[in-house]
Design a binder for this molecule. Sequence first.
Ligand code: SF4
Length: 350
Amino acid sequence: MLLEWYDRCARTMPWRGIHDPYRTWVSEIMLQQTRVETVIPYYERFLSRFPSLPDLASADETDVLKHWEGLGYYSRARNLLKGARQVMEQYHGILPKDPVLLRKISGIGPYTAGAIASIAYDVPVPAVDGNVLRVYSRLFGFRESIQLPAVRKELDRIASAVVSAHRPGDYNQAVMDLGAVVCVPGTPDCARCPLSSLCDAFSRGDAPDLPVIPGKAPQKVIHWTVPVIVSGNRTLVRRRTETLLHGLWCFPLLDCPPEDAAALLEKKFCIRAFSSGPSVHVRHVFTHLIWEMEILPLKASPDLPAPPDFSWIRLEDLNTLAFPAAMNAALETAAKIISDKEKSSPSEED
Ligand code: SF4
């Protein structure tokens, strides 16, 4: 029933219809917390730069992060690289079929192991993610929190029991598609569902209330002032060493209100900087965190030395570094400064 529906309605994706464990792996890692439409151009660009697992394993981290830039959750890219090197060392460059071995590779959890084993190797194991939990909790009528270990264990047991033995990869992708386009959060489109005649929640009319997920903790909010300081033809940036956005480049993040930024820059970094335009407020939402940022365009005298851990980078070279999406507004500010400088250059020379 479900496979017939999948054969008619499967979504077209560039990683489908290919039995290549490396490509399945890359696609599944990119798809974590990220929509299919967003992933497609990244997947194609990444695969054209790193077409095989050995290509990825021999790449340097900066290059990998640059090709992940904008996709977010950068630890995925670092773990993918680490995992590729592990596969080269331990499995001669070929991902193992066994989900238990797959789970020992960096960045591969139970869901990804199930997806790779079933899609690339036809191993009849489930791949259970949030979409699948939603579909099964409705289909089989689970009305307790799906975060309870006993409930989760039972859902995993059911998922293992129902996976197709002859087309496990297609079956898992069918459940994923159903959860993504029909059995969606909130109000599922039960009229279009191939499983409605079997569905417990549909027959009882409480599908929109399922699955039961206890309230999430509120996200922590952090306020930053983000100075985009231009000194001559350069701007001040830093490669992060913190766990969040590790290895990516950011403009300075000052823990002070915008009106105190100039004084703090002078005190902390010996940089005297002056406003060069209005500030812009932006908000970036991470999974457990929100950054409320005030982007502050500033100018400083040329030829200043860089403070410890920071680098002065030529404005036209910024696009060679990997920045997280949280820095998009700051990069736009830098791009505007470049364009304003270019416009004003001829008249300055006249
Ligand atoms: Fe989901 Fe409705 Fe289908 Fe049940 S009938 S699986 S609730 S879409």
